[in-house]
Design a protein around this ligand. Structure first.
Ligand SMILES: *Cc1c(COP(=O)(O)O)cnc(C)c1O
Length: 465
């Protein structure tokens, strides 16, 4: 008999979690103004809000923390991390930051100014926020297949080269400080970018003299998909694939809370010394001296170890198979999910799940609230709330997709937890026609509103008539 798949690690420490009653959850979510970010973690049974900083560190990572060097300047932990980044990415220059958006803030302070355009495959929300905050604009050049959840395409994160070239032709080089390739593409569903596309984007950009920066939070998961889906890579190690990927970039920003499996941290790594020097100034102002930049020595050590573990095939296989396990269960139950399954999360297609709820009533958020009430499972809306208002017109932007993202923390939950999530969504699906209306906004911030937005149930004007 063929042996079934099992994780490449065992559990050494546990953290108790608590179930709640539906009555409790209804009270809590109302008090949270129907924003799942406002819930306390002990009001959540299975937390799939994000896979960012929520993973379980290994015994080796914890051990490396004890060797952390907390010297203000020139700490051994800094050199340890510098070497790990060089080994994995090939980049000579690096700046530590406290997380990924801090890396964006520092790098964009050096490179992006008013009136600039930054093309890319669907930019991550903080990336877009940092671009728009500087009165520049992000231009989405993702392939069209990415916007249809029913189309099967192995690399839905790919950039459409025609769209990209039209940006290069329309604007001057001075207006385009860089193209940002997000690997894997978070906002379009954790979808990977093929090696071929990375190379083509690089070649095209070099032809036009444009800098290529990778938003690299999930670069290792991207490498796993190249290995398992792209011809010619089946026998390459993840580390070799990663090295080739980064050979098609001039630099990167990193949220280490993702594929480097630490709870906090980020960095910038660069090929060009000149950009490094400019960014270093901002690093000192915003983050800290260049040899710690918002991170303690122990955290830099855990990150160096995490970069090594996160680029091992066995670990990646355990992770990505767990995500696919949940996706497969949901598919069997008839729940509309995005395919192929992404690396870090399953995305439920809320427009197909609740077709009778108008997008103006925040359909993906409505589904997220229903799932929480059903079983204390916390997902997150990737839809109109996240898409925010157009900075010029202040009108709501309605994205093509309304998704409920179920992000799986690394090495944290078992497949029994995945079974609960799938059953809960099935129950909501079975009673979907009883969900008659969505929500409306009663309060929102001018930028990145989804974190703090306050909602109340939408009530039809004609109700009670
Ligand atoms: C998480 C993430 C960021 C931002 O990183 P933080 O560590 O949350 O600040 C940027 N880009 C992508 C693709 C991400 O997934």
């Amino acid at each position: 008999m063929e042996l079934p798949f099992a994780e490449s690690y065992k559990i050494k420490m546990v953290e108790p979690i608590r179930k709640s009653t539906r009555e409790e959850r209804e009270r809590w979510i109302k008090k949270a103004n129907y924003n799942l970010f406002n819930l306390r973690s002990n009001q959540v049974f299975i937390d799939l809000l994000t896979d960012s900083g929520t993973g379980a560190m290994s015994d080796r990572q914890w051990a490396s923390m004890m060797l952390g060097d907390e010297s203000y300047a020139g700490a051994s932990s800094y050199y340890n991390l510098k070497q790990a980044i060089k080994n994995i990415t090939g980049f000579d220059y690096f700046l530590p930051t406290h997380q990924g958006r801090a890396a964006e803030n520092v790098l964009f302070s050096a490179l992006v100014s008013e009136g600039n355009v930054v093309p890319g495959n669907t930019h991550f929300d903080t990336t877009k926020g940092h671009i728009e905050f500087r009165k520049a604009s992000a231009i989405d050049c993702t392939i069209e297949e990415a916007f249809d959840t029913t189309v099967d395409h192995p690399f839905k994160g790919n950039i459409d080269l025609n769209k990209l070239e039209s940006v290069y032709l329309k604007y001057t080089n001075e207006q385009i400080p860089m193209v940002i390739v997000t690997v894997t593409c978070n906002s379009s569903g954790g979808q990977p970018v093929s090696m071929e596309n990375l190379k083509d984007v690089y070649d095209l950009s070099k032809k036009y003299g444009i800098r290529v920066i990778f938003d690299s939070a999930r670069f290792a998961e991207n490498a796993y998909f190249i290995k398992t889906r792209e011809q010619g890579y089946a026998h390459h190690t993840i580390k070799d694939i990663v090295a080739e990927m980064f050979s098609y970039a001039d630099g990167m920003t990193m949220s280490s809370k993702k594929d480097a499996i630490v709870n906090m941290g980020g960095f910038i790594a660069l090929k060009e010394e000149e950009v490094f020097k400019q960014a270093a100034q901002y690093n000192i102002i915003y983050e800290g001296f260049i040899t710690y930049g918002g991170m303690s020595g122990r955290d830099m050590n855990a990150l160096a170890q995490g970069l090594d573990e996160g680029t091992e095939f066995d670990y990646l296989e355990s992770r990505i198979k767990q995500v696919a396990y949940l996706g497969q269960k949901l598919k069997e139950y008839g729940v509309p999910v995005q395919e192929p399954f992404g690396g870090h999360a399953i995305f439920v297609d809320a427009k197909r799940f609740l077709p009778h709820i108008p997008v103006e009533q925040y359909v993906a958020q409505t589904l997220a609230i229903e799932l929480y009430k059903e079983a204390g499972v916390r997902g997150v809306e990737i839809g109109t709330l996240l898409a925010d208002r157009d900075p010029a017109t202040r009108e709501n932007r309605y994205p093509k997709l309304e998704l409920l993202r179920l992000a799986i923390p690394r090495r944290t939950y078992t497949n029994n937890h995945m079974d609960v999530v799938a059953a809960a969504l099935k129950n909501v699906y079975d009673r979907r026609n009883d969900i008659k209306t969505g929500y409306k906004i009663i309060n929102e911030a001018p930028i990145l509103r989804h974190f703090t937005v306050e909602l109340e149930p939408y009530v039809k004007e004609s109700m009670g008539v």
